[in-house]
Design a protein around this ligand. Structure first.
Ligand code: FMN
Length: 185
């Protein structure tokens, strides 16, 4: 089982990236092979142009990984009340999967994570990601994770998950991702 993560920011120590990696690590413990496309990778992607068929190695790698994934994790910061441009540009590139036998995220579970400095941006950005996944034929896991990066400190100095509620949500999301895979889908 392959789980692919997309997300994070270009900020050193990006909390959205770390939360995405935490869910991937929990999936790995459950037997999945995992791959994270983090902020620096996403920053290599040119602005998506529907009229331009050529793909850079960084673009082709992301498209192929999502094509062959059994489950996905998307982690965005709340930027100005929504999904960051960096993350959305990567999602838009997945238009390349439109003509596949299994288009976009078809039939696959997608875990959604938001880190924002306020609860309002966390909630609306998580809802926006759910809308995106529905548009792309995926199944958002029932557990979504919106972390308030001002009021909550998900990680300790060693980089381990430090808040019980967030750890429980990460584990539950990994369970739902692994349970949501339909063999042969
Ligand atoms: C350009 C920009 C816009 C932001 N807009 C919002 C916002 O509208 N609401 C909010 O709560 N936080 C906002 N933030 C704060 C980030 O969502 C918050 O710091 C988040 O935890 C950053 O994620 P990261 O740790 O992965 O970089 C913004 C930050 C930046 C840099």
């Amino acid at each position: 089982m392959r789980v692919v993560g997309i997300g994070g920011t270009l900020r050193a120590g990006s909390s959205s990236e770390r939360l995405g990696r935490a869910v991937l690590a929990a999936c790995e413990v459950r037997g999945a092979s995992v791959r994270m496309f983090d902020g620096p990778h996403l920053a290599q992607l040119p602005h998506f142009d529907p009229a331009m068929p050529d793909r850079s190695p960084a673009e082709a790698e992301l498209v192929e990984a999502v094509r062959t994934a059994d489950a996905l994790v998307i982690a965005s910061p709340g930027y100005h009340g929504g999904v960051s441009g960096l993350v959305k540009n990567a999602i838009d590139l997945l238009e390349d999967l439109r003509g596949d036998a299994r288009p976009y995220f078809d039939g696959r579970p997608v875990g959604l994570i938001v880190s924002a400095a306020g609860w309002q941006a966390g909630g609306v950005t998580l809802a926006a990601l759910r809308g995106i996944v529905h548009a792309m034929r995926g199944w958002p896991t029932p557990i979504g994770l919106a972390v308030n990066s001002i009021e909550q400190k998900p990680f300790d100095a060693e980089g381990n998950l430090a808040e019980t509620g967030i750890s429980a949500a990460v584990e539950a999301m990994a369970d739902q991702l692994m349970q949501g895979v339909r063999p042969g889908a």
